[in-house]
Design a protein around this ligand. Structure first.
Ligand code: HEM
Length: 485
């Protein structure tokens, strides 16, 4: 029973003293991942905290996290039964569903559909890349417009629309204008999603907070409303697809999911609602993460002008002024990938994964963790582990280059931002292609400068993703835009 389980957890794992009712909730601070890493210095890399009525195990450091997620991949593949998780994707989410036969099937379908539309063959690869190139060139034009007469602007919203358009084009075969008011409003709402599902959010661990007026309850109400609104948008789009569905022609990923999930005659446990659930999962996951990566890249470019100059010199040498960079240039642009990996490592902008839970009793680093324990996985601590990284707190892209200037694959594999094991992100490959192409095209076309009177701050807001606080830059055109390829 729960009481015996908690007793076993209490006996076996080290951790800070937990106060009655709130547990350690008041000690998490503004940046829980930093607090978790600090507690690891005192209690070891596997320890227990208490948040409200939940005992939670926190895993830290490269060795322990890989041991858990890779060697014990099945034991750590669960998701907790949080109330907030049930509000996502109409309750038919793959991402927020516990480990089991149905989840495995659902994940397989999502994974193979992503592959079919991004990398299955040279044609789909090209189509996917062209979509990104189109978004990136439009982004350049908008940035330059917003920078006219040397004005400074906040690039956040335009980057979000550009990233959202790539995933919307894959799912719906449709993109939206940067000035589409409804789409802008929807994206602004989705921006708040990660505040509730990020590790350390309180409503899931203190469900009684829902029963009287308080700030956590209003955040949760807002969370439920925004999920409803976002899911309503997805439902409408899938409905339009169902009405015009032709089994002979798969126009986009929505059609593919309708074909596989709606029309399946096998009893895989998935129902029609899972079609919308899957599309909603992919759009949600694909827009917030990729756009956050791009926010940080633009900020760090403007913050490190000497690095930006080196990147410009390289891209001019490899690509030249007469064409746009393409994915084929990637192996000759190792310094760009090094900059991307260092951005992911240094900012660790998904600092803690979506919460996991254990699917059976398991031992990590000699410590026993019972079945159904909530587990927080501190990716930030992997990327700042002093046993793995020299000067982890310094932003130094060249750490990823070997003596020949090539990308050091052993080192890039040590960066953890897409998690690992059975719950590893299924969009990692498309995300890397997107980030590389957006970055290469922005860099090829523009130089980015910060406002001389302001220092660009690395401060950020905490949630499932760490987002930079509002900042302003200006973009300058480096040469004439080449005609589209
Ligand atoms: C899960 C990171 C882009 C789809 C995750 C998780 C992380 C992550 C940390 C949680 C893993 C865990 O709980 O252990 C990222 C980052 C991205 C990115 C850093 C971009 C830079 C994408 C894209 C898509 C996507 C573009 C899809 C189009 C998913 C899905 C899951 C997931 C469906 C849930 C997997 C599951 O629970 O089985 N991602 N992601 N992600 N990601 Fe991504």
């Amino acid at each position: 029973c729960l009481w015996v389980r908690n007793l076993r957890l209490k006996r076996r794992l080290p951790g800070p003293f937990a106060w009655p009712v709130v547990g350690n909730a008041m000690q998490l601070g503004q940046m829980p991942h930093i607090t978790f890493a600090r507690l690891a210095k005192k209690y070891g890399n596997v320890y227990q905290i208490r948040l409200g009525c939940s005992d939670i195990v926190v895993l830290n450091g490269d060795r322990v996290i890989r041991q858990a997620l890779i060697q014990h991949s099945t034991e750590f593949a669960g998701r907790p039964n949080f109330v907030s998780f049930q509000a996502v994707s109409g309750g038919k989410s793959m991402t927020f569903t516990n480990y089991g036969k149905q989840w495995k099937m659902h994940r397989k379908i999502a994974q193979s559909t992503i592959r079919a539309f991004s990398s299955a063959n040279s044609q789909t690869k090209k189509a996917f890349e062209q979509q990104i190139v189109a978004e990136a060139t439009e982004l350049v034009e908008i940035f330059l417009k917003l920078s006219s007469q040397g004005q400074y602007f906040n690039p956040a919203h335009e980057l979000t629309v550009a990233a959202a358009n790539v995933i919307c084009a894959l799912c719906f075969g449709k993109r939206y204008g940067h000035d589409d008011v409804e789409f802008r409003a929807l994206l602004e709402r989705v921006d708040q999603f990660g505040q509730t599902v990020g590790a350390g959010s309180l409503v899931d661990v203190m469900p009684w907070l829902q029963s009287f007026p308080n700030p956590v309850r209003s955040v949760f109400k807002n969370f439920k409303d925004l999920n409803k609104e976002f899911f309503g948008f997805i439902q409408n789009k899938v409905k339009e697809h169902r009405e015009t569905f032709n089994p002979e022609v798969t126009r986009d990923m929505s059609d593919a999911f309708i074909g596989v999930i709606d029309k399946a005659d096998t009893d895989n446990g998935l129902t029609k609602g899972h079609t919308e659930g899957t599309v909603s999962d992919l759009i949600g996951a694909g827009l917030d993460t990729v756009s956050t990566a791009l926010h940080w890249i633009v900020l760090l470019l403007a913050k490190h002008p000497e690095t930006q100059t080196k990147l410009h010199e390289l891209i001019d040498k490899v690509v030249g002024p007469d064409r746009l960079p393409s994915i084929e240039d990637r192996s000759n642009l190792a310094y760009l990938d090094a900059f991307i990996y260092e951005t992911m490592r240094f900012t660790s902008f998904v600092p803690v994964t979506i919460p996991h839970s254990t699917t059976s009793d398991v031992t990590v680093d000699g410590l026993n963790i019972p079945k159904d324990t909530v587990v927080f996985i501190n990716q930030w601590s992997v990327n700042h582990d002093p046993l793995k990284w020299k000067d982890p707190h310094v932003f130094e892209p060249s750490r990823f280059l070997d003596e020949n200037g090539s990308l050091d694959k052993d080192l890039t594999n040590n960066v953890m931002i897409f998690s690992a094991g059975k719950r590893r992100c299924i969009g990692d490959q498309i995300a890397k292609v997107e980030i590389f192409l957006f970055f290469a095209i922005l860099l090829h076309q523009c130089s980015f400068e910060k406002c001389p009177s302001e220092d660009l701050s690395l401060n950020c807001s905490y949630g499932l993703t760490l987002k930079p606080l509002d900042y302003k830059i200006t973009a300058k055109l480096r040469g004439e835009l080449p005609k589209s390829q």
